[in-house]
Ligand binder design. Structure first.
Ligand code: PEP
Length: 250
């Protein structure tokens, strides 16, 4: 079996004021965290600089939850990959279902963002996932294949191993309804098979996460699945018990 370093990523979404954000990060860095797990916290843009200074004392990396694909220019309200790099950001969530559904981001836009992130030396965390109706109609694989192929259009073979893919069934995000272990593994395995078709053996290097109501109680079993290399964690990353999810092996 190919070794892929486990990666646990917190996605704070649009939560916390500055004081709350700083005190949570200060508390997390006091914890003994498993060094064999890669850890990232994706924070609101506004807090990047202050949080980065606190995280420097730890091995937790900083990420954000979105970006625009252009480097600069007349794009009011947007943040560019070069701005993120200049502030020490390393990871960026792209194509989260909330961006797709609420902000109407298309596969084409997400593809441009993935390419731009890679060109600018940022690690994209590419999200994909089906709705409940799509699953009820047994269309989940078709939906995921479509999202992955479109998001990765013209992404080079040499760069694919940098990408992290998060499989996040929309019906499991923020609902408490976690996918069964079998379904989560089946979908992550399917994503790897798509990557094999596109990138041959490079597919073994890509880390695939599960996301959707991950918590302390279910992380261990999820991480035992062969094709699940990590978790994207929303609600359960908002307090210090996130450290227990990171330490799922201990
Ligand atoms: C997410 O925000 O990507 C997510 C999976 O949220 P939650 O863990 O709250 O379901």
């Amino acid at each position: 079996m190919f070794f892929r370093k486990p990666i646990i990523i917190g996605n704070w979404k649009m939560n916390k004021n500055l004081d709350q954000a700083l005190s949570l990060v200060k508390e997390i860095v006091t914890k003994d965290l498993d060094e064999s797990v890669e850890k990232v916290i994706c924070v609101p843009y506004l807090y990047v600089n202050e949080i980065r200074k606190i995280l420097e004392k730890s091995d937790i990396e900083i990420g954000v939850q979105n970006m625009y694909f252009e480097k600069k220019g007349a794009f009011t309200g947007e943040i560019s990959p070069t701005m993120l790099k200049s502030c020490g950001v390393k990871y960026v969530i792209l194509g989260h279902s909330e961006r797709r559904n609420i902000f109407k981001e298309t596969d084409d836009l997400i593809n441009k963002k993935v390419i731009s992130a890679l060109e600018n030396d940022l690690i994209p965390i590419l999200c994909c996932g089906e709705t409940l109706n799509e699953r009820k109609e047994n269309k989940e694989k078709e939906v995921i294949e479509n999202q992955i192929k479109k998001a990765l259009l013209e992404v080079d073979r040499e760069k694919i191993s940098k990408i992290i893919i998060a499989y996040e069934p929309i019906w499991a995000i923020g609902t408490g309804a976690v996918a069964s272990l079998e379904d989560a593994e089946d979908m992550c395995k399917y994503i790897r098979s798509i990557l094999f078709k596109l990138y041959k053996d490079q597919a073994n290097k890509v880390r695939i996460q599960y996301g959707g109501s991950v918590k302390q109680e279910n992380i261990k079993d999820l991480m035992k699945q062969e094709n699940i290399d990590g978790a994207l964690v929303g609600g359960a990353s908002l307090d210090v018990s996130f450290s227990k999810i990171i330490n799922y092996k201990l």
